[in-house]
Design a binder for this molecule. Structure first.
Ligand code: HMG
Length: 376
């Protein structure tokens, strides 16, 4: 039986901020950001856009592409940007998508690794129940302290995927290698909205776990590096993925970083945005090509796994929509950037545009209220 990614898409903010402008205000040579770190823009989020509105915007695009949304019997929501440590954010998403009530909904948290954990659980579920479809969502918005080394790598997005039998985009292979090691490289205590981190340690641990998991993957699968046609790496900033490629040796990852370089770090979604970037932009036909994926989540858990692209995959890609969404983003000023960073409540906010049809309209008595927007 073949199980894997049947459909995949992402949504990010309607707004972006140029790193050239950030460099000017932070008194940093812009070359450090664009060449040294490999980023040129970041997605920035107005107070009425959050991990729920982004997720619903992404998932709605997929639901219109499947025959029977009642066959979705599991929704797994992966995030490290939770606003509630009890209630699963996936339940809001389930409600706004009007999914079947006989659907198991839960959250997964393990930094940027969480969406890969969700994907592997979904794969096992479909292998047991072949008629089921699983909606897997990773949604994150990441903020670092102002003036910190992490600031130019901020960003955010939601990726939504349908995992099913006889997938139309990627068939997941059985080979996979996982490694867990407790490391204090990146964390966010529940009372903080900005992440804390040890940047150098995190980059070191990322590369160390890549080496361990890749070597184990090669040993277990009995494949060689040459058998992997394309690599997608977790991409907290593009230079990190380039360093990963260099460590594996002589790999071109240009197509996998086109979207990430203008979105910034989208944490759980980031690896899968690299994959979408490859699918949408690669000039070669990817049919039957093996893609190697390296997933890394600080703290830390890493996994190297692979999949093969399915014949006919181009017919179900949403490439034009992805490109249009990015092209149509609105640039914001430094003043608005600062406002978006500080203002986490929709109260008194200007009428900012959402990417989808849902907006966070109010937070009162510690409850979040959303409303539908009629865009037409
Ligand atoms: P930094 O310490 O400010 O930068 O931030 P640097 O001094 O190391 O410089 C970066 C690069 O720019 C260097 O190149 C410099 O030479 C170059 P490299 O040696 O790396 O090849 N450079 C210049 N190039 C051109 N012109 C110039 C210039 N100046 C310098 N004028 C750091 C780097 C990674 C520390 C920072 O981005 C950071 O702290 N980021 C946040 C943490 C992070 O993203 N870690 C990545 C691995 S952990 C991970 O991926 C997990 C994560 O996604 C979270 C999760 O799992 O949930 C973060």
């Amino acid at each position: 039986m073949h199980v894997g990614i049947d459909l995949i898409t992402f949504s990010t903010s309607k707004y972006f901020f140029k790193l050239e402008t950030l460099a000017k205000y932070r008194n940093v040579d812009y070359a450090k950001y664009c060449t040294g770190i490999g980023q040129t823009q970041m997605s920035v989020f107005p107070p009425n856009e959050d991990i729920i509105t982004l997720s619903v915007a992404a998932a709605e695009k997929l639901l219109s592409e499947i025959d029977n949304k009642d066959s979705i019997d599991m929704l797994i929501f992966a995030s490290e940007s939770s606003f509630d440590i009890s209630k699963a954010e996936g339940i809001y998403v389930h409600k706004f998508l009007k999914l079947n009530n006989e659907c198991r909904v839960f959250n997964i948290k393990q930094a940027c690794y969480s969406l890969t954990a969700a994907l592997q659980i979904a794969k096992s579920h479909v292998a047991l129940y072949p008629s089921s479809k699983v909606l897997v969502i990773g949604s994150d918005i990441i903020k670092y302290p102002s003036n910190s080394s992490g600031e130019p790598t901020q960003g955010g997005a939601a990726v939504a995927m349908i995992v099913s039998e006889s997938p139309r985009i990627l068939e997941l292979e059985p080979y996979s290698s996982v490694f867990t090691k407790e490391v204090m490289d990146f964390w966010r205590p529940i009372y903080k909205s900005e992440a804390l981190f040890d940047g150098k340690l995190s980059a070191y641990n990322y590369l160390e776990l890549l080496k361990i998991t890749f070597d184990k993957y090669i040993k277990k699968s009995r494949l060689s590096k040459k058998d992997i046609d394309y690599f997608c790496f977790h991409c907290p900033f593009c230079k990190m993925a380039q360093k990963a490629a260099r460590q594996i040796g002589d790999i071109d990852i240009h197509y996998t970083t086109i979207y990430n370089s203008v979105i910034g770090n989208s944490c759980s979604a980031s690896l899968y945005i690299s994959f979408i970037s490859l699918l949408d932009n690669c000039l070669n036909d990817l049919t039957e090509k093996r893609i190697g994926f390296f997933s890394y989540g600080s703290g830390s858990v890493a996994e190297f796994f692979s999949g093969k692209v399915v014949p006919g995959y181009k017919r179900v890609l949403l490439s034009q929509r992805h490109k249009k969404d990015l092209e149509e983003r609105i640039e914001i000023s430094f003043e608005d950037y600062e406002l978006f960073r500080k203002n986490t409540s929709p109260f008194n906010s200007k009428n900012y545009v959402n990417i989808g049809n849902l907006t966070l309209s109010n937070i009162s008595d510690d409850k979040r209220y959303y409303s539908k927007i009629n865009k037409f």
